[in-house]
Design a protein around this ligand. Structure first.
Ligand SMILES: [Fe+2]
Ligand SMILES: [Fe+2]
Length: 192
């Protein structure tokens, strides 16, 4: 059986071109962030390549796949099924590509919402996804976030979660409980 890197690269070829380009840009950012934080480059590359395997799946299919794969669906996810593309993608890769590395699995699973249990690789994949240069228009503070991420994954993640949660609350939207928990745990960790 080819190794995980080869299997992922083959799998990505079936995704829409724009999504493939995003994934490879995220890979480049992930590799850039990995070095200063002494994160294994191969793990960073695998996490980036794996993170969006289900990003092009329509919402109603994500909900169906979640039930088939025994991925729990919360009310917030039922209302906004796009949030399931990480959890469903992680579980699909576990079943179909033997993704047995828990650190990679968690990095893929929580790359949309973050989670208090995220380890440095998970934080790196999360941030690399938001630091895709093509998302600069979505995140006006992206340049600052990039600099922060090179210095501290925790501070950058906290900055991102605080800004994006404030936007959602301002707009009257829901906030995923894992994002709230992740932000709280970062604040408590950085205080201590
Ligand atoms: Fe994603
Ligand atoms: Fe992504």
């Amino acid at each position: 059986m080819p190794d995980m890197l080869q299997r992922l690269q083959d799998r990505l070829k079936a995704l829409p071109d724009g999504l493939q380009s995003h994934i490879y840009r995220v890979r480049d950012v992930a590799l850039e962030l990995a070095a200063p934080h002494k994160i294994d480059l191969e793990q960073a590359e695998l996490g980036a390549l794996a993170h969006d395997v289900c990003r092009a799946v329509p919402g109603e299919d994500l909900i169906r796949m979640a039930y088939e794969l025994d991925v729990p669906v919360s009310d917030v996810e039922q209302d906004f099924p796009l949030l399931l593309h990480g959890p469903v993608g992680a579980e699909l890769l576990r079943k179909e590509e033997d993704l047995n590395d828990d650190i990679l699995y968690e990095a893929v699973r929580w790359h949309s919402t973050a989670h208090p249990s995220l380890d440095p690789l998970g934080k790196l994949v999360f941030l690399a996804d938001k630091l895709d240069p093509q998302k600069a228009a979505v995140y006006s503070y992206q340049a600052k976030l990039h600099d922060m991420a090179l210095e501290s994954l925790d501070l950058a993640l906290l900055e991102f979660l605080s800004r994006e949660m404030a936007k959602r609350i301002e707009g009257g939207g829901t906030v995923h409980p894992a994002s709230v928990d992740a932000r709280n745990s970062l604040i408590l960790k950085l205080k201590g």
